[in-house]
Design a protein around this ligand. Structure first.
Ligand code: AHR
Length: 523
């Protein structure tokens, strides 16, 4: 039996919890849009052709912002193809995913869907094949009220009011040789800066995201960020970071430590941001937009799956990277969410990539059901419960040796607290040992345990158990038993099952008193 000690103090604040940490991503790729969010022939389709069953699951998942329309797709995308009368929209080759794009869902349809899903759009512009003029035109079409050719075109296309999109990505993964219009850091930095300048002239209220590295293993990682920021630091509010993790060659210990990798990756980018801001004597902050993150079995994608990039067929919405997630993957996703919370002072937003079907927490079958993957659960529970401030937690526990990250803690943890609740997000990385956790709550006393849930392998399954069309609820959150709070509310004891993600919600002692004091101060 392994043991761990945790100490929590309300006054040790990392940063406020931003709802923007719980974004997601819809790309015109595979079945993310077509037969994912949109399927007019589906029995649950609403008036606009959106699948109501998928919409319901999206609302339950609770993402805040959705990045759109790519991803690699955006680097060959002509935005004007996707607006205007549907019958007149051109069918195009999508060179990023070797697919046929019908443009039946475009900016207006996606904005309608976003309204129905209750999410904010984060729009990417094409800096692969296009540049300043098209980015500025799309922004004018979207955000300018009226009275110009482009804004009046939007009105004629059915939206009298501007879309009012605040978040804009300056291209996507421009460091990757797979990207349409791939560029050197110097080429991209110049283009991003000039595009940013003009976009801010069109609408000074927007927030811009410069494209950072596609992953921490890119040969240009580090120098890419530095060069790009040297060109853009005055003009952007965020720089992106993309991070995908998978279990390689059965090295599950390293896989389970992916959050340590993400912590270090974020730390490295943060240090470069600080350096560049200091060297330029700039008094501003630049946030890290982790605008693609997830578990993704890329080795399977490149070797096993029959995707159109390998077969050479040109088809509409092919099945691409529809990874089926296991209990192990859910635990890793939970710990990656912990990492985002722990780094809330540097991470300004984050997008689970993606939302439906394509490496997604939600799966759907054409004409058939939609269901929650295992990874749905830690995301939904964290997004719903993380409120107030992220607290720095002091951990004292055993360590496990990993090939990729060296010795890492057996316990991965994030803590949030507002006036009413304290919430613990806990991962036991041991494959075999339960973890007895002892929490010192002297600095954050609690009145009661509101809820305690856990995701781990079911009794009749193993760590590879997943949710499928036939067994959509094989892995669901279950009650975490054995959680006890001492009478004085200053000590909590819990037993975390092997290979598990857990959430413990505590009602803060004197929650009412704190709320009242705050309200009186406001008054
Ligand atoms: O999310 C899938 C793809 O992964 C995106 O299109 C691209 O940006 C990344 O490489």
């Amino acid at each position: 039996m392994a043991t761990a000690r945790l100490r929590i103090d309300r006054t040790e604040i990392v940063a406020p919890v931003s709802a923007r940490l719980f974004g997601s991503f819809v790309e015109h790729m595979g079945r993310s849009v077509y037969t994912g969010i949109y399927e007019p022939e589906h029995p649950t389709a609403n008036f606009d052709g959106f699948r109501q069953d998928v919409l319901d699951l999206v609302r339950e998942l609770g993402p805040s912002i959705i990045r759109y329309p790519g991803g690699n797709f955006v680097s060959g995308f002509r935005w004007e193809d996707s607006v205007g009368p549907r019958g007149e929209r051109p069918v195009r080759l999508d060179l990023a995913w070797h697919s046929i794009e019908t443009n039946q869902v475009g900016l207006h349809e996606f904005a309608d869907w976003a309204d129905q899903a209750g999410v904010e759009i984060m729009q990417a512009v094409n800096l692969g094949t296009r540049g300043i003029e098209d980015a500025a035109a799309l922004l004018e079409y979207s955000n300018h009220p009226a009275g110009t050719a482009l804004s009046d075109a939007r009105r004629a296309d059915g939206r009298a009011e501007p879309f009012g999109i605040t978040l804009w990505c300056l291209g996507n993964e421009m460091d990757g040789p797979w990207q349409i219009g791939h560029k050197t850091a110097e080429e991209y930095g110049r283009l991003a800066a000039e595009t940013a300048r003009v976009m801010k002239w069109v609408d000074p209220t927007i927030e811009l995201v410069a494209a950072g590295s596609s992953n921490a293993e890119m040969p240009t990682f580090g120098s890419w960020e530095r060069t790009v920021l040297e060109h853009t630091a005055e003009l952007v509010e965020h720089i992106s970071l993309h991070a995908y993790y998978e279990e390689l060659d059965g090295d599950v210990d390293s896989f389970l430590a992916s959050a340590v990798g993400l912590d270090r990756y974020i730390g490295a980018v943060a240090a470069i941001i600080d350096d560049v801001l200091e060297s330029k004597n700039l008094d501003k902050t630049i946030g890290i937009s982790v605008d693609e993150w997830n578990v993704w079995y890329q080795t399977r994608f490149n070797t096993v799956d029959k995707h159109p990039l390998l077969t050479g067929d040109w088809v509409e919405h092919p099945r691409i990277i529809e990874d089926e997630y296991s209990v192990t993957d859910a635990v890793v996703v939970g710990s990656l969410l912990n990492s985002l919370l722990r780094n809330a002072d540097r991470v300004s937003m984050a997008n689970l990539a993606q939302l439906v079907n394509v490496i997604a927490p939600i799966r759907s079958e054409p004409g058939g059901p939609a269901w929650r993957q295992t990874t749905f659960h830690p995301f939904a529970l964290t997004a719903a419960a993380a409120r107030g401030n992220v607290l720095r937690a002091e951990v004292d526990c055993e360590r496990v040796d990993t090939v990729r990250y060296g010795a890492v803690d057996l316990l991965d943890v994030a803590v949030t607290a507002d006036d009413a609740d304290v919430v613990l997000f806990l991962v036991n990385r041991s494959l075999t040992e339960p973890l007895t956790l002892s929490v010192d709550l002297t600095g954050a006393p609690a009145d009661s345990v509101l809820a305690a849930q856990s995701i781990h392998a079911p009794a009749d399954g193993d760590r590879f158990t997943s949710n499928t069309e036939v067994h959509p609820d094989a892995v669901v959150p279950v009650a975490l038993t054995g959680v006890t709070l001492s009478g004085d509310g200053r000590h909590l004891q819990a037993e975390l099952p092997p290979l598990s993600w857990s959430i413990v919600r505590l009602r803060a002692r004197d929650a009412g008193v704190m709320r009242e004091a705050k309200e009186n101060n406001r008054g």
